[in-house]
Ligand binder design. Structure first.
Ligand SMILES: NC(=O)c1ccc[n+]([C@@H]2O[C@H](COP(=O)([O-])OP(=O)(O)OC[C@H]3O[C@@H](n4cnc5c(N)ncnc54)[C@H](O)[C@@H]3O)[C@@H](O)[C@H]2O)c1
Ligand SMILES: O=C(O)C[C@H](O)C(=O)O
Length: 309
């Protein structure tokens, strides 16, 4: 198994590190456009092999796609992150060109790869990759909902003072400050609805904190987050590589599901060796359906910007 991570910045490097530590591949290739960056980070990371107990080979590459040849999974993190006060959507002007160019190069050397899109605005970048590459829809997966759900469970655990590992909950819809939908009604504490433990007001606060989770970190750090994003991508990769058939909310191409067509948006999917294998249809309330439709409208507006570029 060979996995390529494009972009050796904060998220890409953390993702490669998590993939190596979990021994998900024989080789991880880290590629970046910046001279020497990926080679340096790959070597530094490989020097942790005897310390962290893995033997995955980590190779750096400065824009040489030949080294990525035959990758079975490719993660695209290349592109600029937002600064405090910005939205993810503001990154479209620069990141669309980067993602398009990178995806085309990847396809030349790894035509059978499952491609994971991380660069923001993620839902629109996933749609762009799907349209440009012409690959089967199940091989294009946008990562955002796994991270947002991890944040949702973290905020729930802080509000309830319980282990996040006993909490289950999902965030669907767009990966944006105003487009994500934390499904508070369906969240449970080991199968028991969390509404039994938190007031509606507290639950709404958890949802609001989750939605601006990325913006909160960007304000604190000065650039966007990487530990949880890198781990979230590795968790997605693990379900593919180990064919685990786990259910995660991911941005996938919808063709009528959830009442939406011709859009990539976060919905629960089964992730296995084939990429996203099946969309799980949730029984949403009328209010949740309306919020999902609104989220789709906002993402579609961003997708329409692509045709003006
Ligand atoms: N989907 C998510 O959940 C999620 C989470 C975190 C970050 N992000 C997004 O991921 C992206 C990367 O974030 P980061 O913090 O790692 O940024 P970063 O600036 O640390 O790293 C980005 C890297 O991409 C490289 N790059 C730029 N153009 C390239 C090209 N054409 N080919 C190869 N490499 C290229 C840069 O040299 C840089 O090293 C941003 O767009 C950010 O918004 C998404
Ligand atoms: O917040 C960002 O801009 C980066 C990423 O999408 C995140 O949610 O951490």
């Amino acid at each position: 198994m060979k996995i390529t991570v494009v972009g050796a910045g904060a998220v890409g490097a953390t993702c490669a590190d998590n993939i190596a530590r979990r021994q998900l591949a024989q080789e991880v290739v880290l590629l970046d456009i910046k001279e020497g960056l990926s080679e340096g980070k790959a070597l530094d990371m490989f020097q942790t092999a005897t310390l962290n107990g893995f033997d995955t080979k980590i190779t750096g590459s400065t824009n040489d796609y030949e080294k990525t040849k035959g990758s079975e999974v490719v993660v695209i993190t290349s592109g600029i992150p937002r600064k405090p006060g910005m939205t993810r959507e503001e990154l479209i002007g620069i990141n669309a060109g980067i993602v398009k160019g990178v995806a085309e190069n990847i396809l030349k050397y790894s035509p059978k790869a499952i491609i994971i899109i991380v660069s923001n605005p993620m839902d629109t970048m996933t749609y762009l990759a799907f349209k440009e590459l012409g690959l089967p829809k199940k091989r294009i997966i946008g990562m955002g909902g796994i991270l947002d759900s991890a944040r949702f469970k973290t905020y729930l655990s802080m509000a309830m003072n319980v282990s996040p590992n006993d909490l289950h909950g999902m965030v669907i819809g767009g990966h944006g400050d105003t487009t994500m939908i934390p499904l508070t009604r369906l969240a449970t504490y080991n199968g028991i609805p969390v509404s039994r433990f938190l007031s509606e007001e507290k639950l709404q606060q958890v949802a609001a904190d989750t939605m601006v989770g990325g913006a909160t970190l960007t304000k604190l750090i000065g650039t966007s987050a990487w530990y949880a994003p890198g781990a979230a991508v590795a968790t997605l990769v693990e379900s593919i590589v180990r064919d685990q058939k786990r259910i995660f909310p991911c941005s996938v191409y919808l063709n009528g599901e959830y009442g939406q067509k011709d859009i990539c948006l976060g919905v629960p999917v089964v992730i296995g060796a084939g990429g996203w294998e099946k969309i799980i249809s949730l029984r949403l309330s009328e209010a949740e359906k309306a919020t999902f439709a609104k989220s789709a409208d906002a993402v579609r507006t961003m997708n329409n910007v692509l045709s003006t570029m």
